[in-house]
Design a binder for this molecule. Structure first.
Ligand SMILES: [Zn+2]
Length: 333
């Protein structure tokens, strides 16, 4: 039962006392690369569902209900990504021709919710792949490569990462340092209008956490090699890129683009569970909306609730410091 309901009138002095909990909706991390080792930590942070945005499929039995908390993590499955033919990515489907693609699409279990098209998938084949996926009732998320968003994409549901919206106006640079350079240069009014008009056609999962973790990194250990050199030589460029991403997120949200809240865990610099709360904080700052509003945007569709220590939730809502697992009660009573 909800402990807070035991409060008596006039007991407001107890509001911050230990043991006082507030119920809120359980959360969804809309962008994870599912790995079995992360699921307990996700649950401990009050996350009830995740969307798998590229994994080796190790996680296909994540729904097993065997955790000490007696909760299960609902996984909206996407599994491997569609990347270049002969891709060496561990998390990409091996495929060589259209027949392979068709075989893959039609062998996906009915329980899958979406496919993800990754950066080196040939843009000329995207419309065809989308058509196949829609025929199977799957939604489509894209992490676009060069030209992908410039190509007319039917049935596109979601774009992954704020950096990707650049692809609405020009080919995305493949290498991260070039992408950072481009973002740091900023956009003209016409370019911004163009991005907004096209971005309205799909939802966006900005995943600000990873880039922000690079900026905050005390050492460069948590930063990919090619980003490290950019940070070392031109930190100002990285900071300018970040400012422009925040500005773009703000413009897109207020232009009516639907946001999904996802952390991109377990990328370097982000941690399962913790980083979803960080993402809520970052999005809240970017779109200049209260953290509680973004928490609601991140609610899972499972109907479950979690209980967060009142003082800790208040602290998060005021300062953005995420709760620790011991401040969150989850699980069936
Ligand atoms: Zn990702």
């Amino acid at each position: 039962m909800d402990v807070s309901s035991r409060r008596t009138p006039g007991a407001s002095a107890l509001a911050d006392a230990p043991g006082e909990y507030v119920s809120i909706g359980a959360l969804e991390d809309a962008h994870v690369h599912a790995a079995d080792r992360d699921k307990e930590e996700l649950l401990r942070y009050g996350i009830a569902s995740v969307r798998d945005m590229g994994s080796t499929g190790l996680a296909t039995d994540l729904q097993s209900d065997c955790w000490p908390t007696r909760r299960s993590l609902q996984v909206q499955r996407g599994g491997r990504v569609f990347d270049a033919p002969y891709s060496t990515l561990r998390t990409a489907w091996p495929w060589h021709d259209d027949d392979d693609l068709k075989r893959i699409i039609y062998s996906l279990p009915n329980s899958w919710s979406h496919i993800k098209i990754y950066s080196s998938f040939p843009s000329t084949q995207i419309p065809w792949l989308c058509q196949q996926a829609v025929g199977r009732g799957l939604t489509i998320t894209i992490h676009p490569g060069a030209d992908a968003l410039l190509t007319a994409i039917p049935a596109l549901d979601e774009v992954a990462h704020i950096t990707s919206v650049l692809g609405y106006i020009e080919p995305l640079p493949h290498a991260i340092p070039q992408l950072i350079q481009r973002w740091s240069a900023g956009f003209t009014k016409i370019e911004i209008d163009d991005i907004i008009n096209r971005a309205r056609l799909a939802q966006l999962c900005p995943t600000l956490s990873v880039f922000h973790a690079w900026l905050e990194a005390k050492s460069f250990d948590g930063v990919p090699q090619n980003v490290r050199s950019t940070l070392r030589s031109s930190r100002k460029v990285v900071e300018a890129a970040w400012e422009n991403m925040i500005m773009m997120a703000n413009l897109l949200f207020h232009a009516g683009v639907t946001f999904r809240i996802g952390s991109d865990t377990p990328n370097r610099g982000v941690a399962p569970g913790y980083s979803l709360w960080k993402e809520v904080d970052l999005i809240s700052q970017a779109i200049e909306r209260p953290r509680i509003t973004v928490l609601e945007m991140a609610a899972s569709g499972t109907g479950e609730t979690i209980r967060v220590r009142r003082a800790v939730l208040d602290r998060f809502l005021c300062t953005g410091v995420p709760p620790a697992p011991e401040d969150i009660q989850t699980g069936k009573e």
